[in-house]
Ligand binder design. Structure first.
Ligand SMILES: Nc1ncnc2c1ncn2[C@@H]1O[C@H](COP(=O)(O)OP(=O)(O)OP(=O)(O)O)[C@@H](O)[C@H]1O
Ligand SMILES: [Mg+2]
Length: 450
């Protein structure tokens, strides 16, 4: 939007901006500008400062109030610094003094737009990261998960070593990341190392780094993960698979916060918070002698145990919703009653990861239908025997009116029984396994409140 009370300048600028690919709307005064601002979300507003009636500063102010991301430019006719300063105070991104060349205007404009693009991109990335790793991003409303999140809030503040245990797919890595992104260390790196994915011979160098020629293939000097995580968090996944020899070295690094790169004797000191994870029973490994007891206690300063999914079925509906949104972001999808009942009854040996895979597969198989049915689920879940046919009821956070809800189910069943028997009350009562007199009584009550 180009606002100026001088028709000649306004027309000329509009024309030239149009040549450069802008879509220009002209306003001949401040009043008109405010009116247009009500109607369109402009990307850019360029306005003269001194105008009779509503002046440019007011235009800028309402533009910024309504569209905080808008690029606002001021043209100062009198070249007074004071006017320009006032406009900037009211939110203008930049100003240009009359008389000016069109190219000068283009230059300031492009600068402001670039700035705007960077700011909005940065905000977007930050928001995404923060949202993803807020404790709120850990989906789950079961009692064990709520208690867990509470515990995480407390431990995130400290720098103590944490040991996260739980079966495969329960969310150990999700939890480790959330701790980091909610801790005072979040501005620094979250470095992960999966101890089982790296050959034993290379693991030490991965952890502590190496110098040139330390071993065959060590062509240069490299930082290890401990160094990369300086002032941040190091996530040691599958820590139970580490050899006893390396356990010794890890113990020292944890105790002294210092170590040497492989092939070097210079000591390096770091400030790192360590979160370790394992799905093996470390206590048992200690008893069997395959895991060092001292290292176990060093790692297990704060134990966090993730319960298997089968012990927290209340988390299944919100997780399903979360994964449906993830795999079908554009179309809203849901599960049939029978499908959700089967998910609730299944044992989930692969926990949340297995559930995630099942939903991804079902979304793919549903071929655009909004409802996922039992047939879309993996065979092992379809095979779950259905003994209790209790309907699945969404149970809101703040509870629900149980008597009212039960009454509505009763009403529905009675209507359906009567429909099926063409209104024959004797046969309907038989179908519902109640006495005729009970049915009549219930019908009276239904009649009364419906
Ligand atoms: N509470 C949760 N909310 C949302 N997503 C979750 C949750 N728990 C797990 N997930 C998802 O489930 C998958 C498995 O989680 P994660 O990798 O953290 O499990 P894990 O315990 O580290 O498994 P493994 O022992 O096999 O390494 C991931 O895709 C993760 O995003
Ligand atoms: Mg993992």
């Amino acid at each position: 939007m180009f606002v100026d009370d001088e028709p000649a300048l306004r027309g000329l600028m509009a024309e030239r901006l149009t040549e450069r690919g802008f879509e220009v709307v002209e306003a001949e005064n401040g009043e008109k500008a405010l009116e247009l601002l009500e109607q369109f979300a402009f990307d850019i507003v360029i306005t003269d400062l001194r105008m009779p009636g509503i002046d440019g500063a007011r235009v800028i102010q309402s533009a910024k109030e309504r569209y905080p991301g808008i690029v606002a430019m001021v043209i100062t006719g009198y070249g007074t610094v004071k006017d320009a300063v006032e406009a900037i105070k009211r939110g203008a991104d930049d100003f240009i003094a009359k008389p000016f060349q069109f190219d000068e205007l283009m230059h300031v404009l492009q600068k402001a737009r670039e700035q705007q693009r960077l700011t909005s991109e940065l905000k977007h990335v930050q928001a995404q990261l923060e949202e993803k790793y807020q404790f709120g991003g850990i989906v789950g409303r079961s009692r064990p998960m709520k208690e867990l999140v509470q515990q995480l809030e407390t431990v995130a503040r400290s720098s103590s070593t944490i040991l996260v245990t739980g079966e495969t797919g329960t969310g150990k890595e999700v939890v480790a990341r959330s701790i980091h992104y909610n801790s005072p260390r979040r501005a620094n790196r979250f470095v992960t190392l999966n101890c089982s994915a790296i050959p034993e011979t290379l693991l030490e160098a991965e952890l502590f780094g190496h110098v040139r020629g330390a071993f065959t293939g060590a062509v240069g000097t490299r930082q290890g993960r401990f160094e990369q995580a300086h002032k941040g968090t190091l996530f040691l996944d599958e820590v139970g698979t580490m050899s006893v020899g390396l356990q010794m070295k890890l113990l020292r690094a944890l105790q002294e916060r210092e170590f040497e790169r492989v092939g070097d004797n210079q000591t390096i000191k770091v400030d790192v918070r360590v979160i370790a994870a394992t799905n093996s029973d470390l206590a048992r490994m200690v008893a069997e002698g395959s895991f060092r007891e001292d290292l176990y206690y060093r790692l297990n300063v704060i134990p966090i145990e993730l319960p298997p999914l089968r012990d927290r079925p209340d988390d299944i509906p919100p997780l399903v919703k979360h994964f449906l949104e993830k795999f079908s972001p554009d179309t809203e999808m849901h599960l049939s009653q029978d499908a959700i009942r089967r998910l609730m009854a299944y044992g989930w040996p692969g926990n949340v990861r297995q559930l995630e895979n099942a939903i991804e597969r079902a979304v793919a198989l549903s071929g655009g239908r909004p409802e996922i049915t039992t047939a879309d689920l993996p065979p092992e879940i379809q095979a779950v025997p259905q003994s209790i046919a209790t309907p699945f009821v969404e149970f809101p956070e703040d509870g629900l009116d149980m008597p009212g809800y039960l009454a509505s189910i009763e009403r529905d069943l009675i209507h359906r029984a009567l429909d099926r028997t063409q209104g024959n009350r004797n046969r309907a009562a038989d179908l519902l396994r109640i006495k005729r007199t009970t049915l009549v009584e219930k019908l009276k009550r239904i009649g009364a409140d419906s």
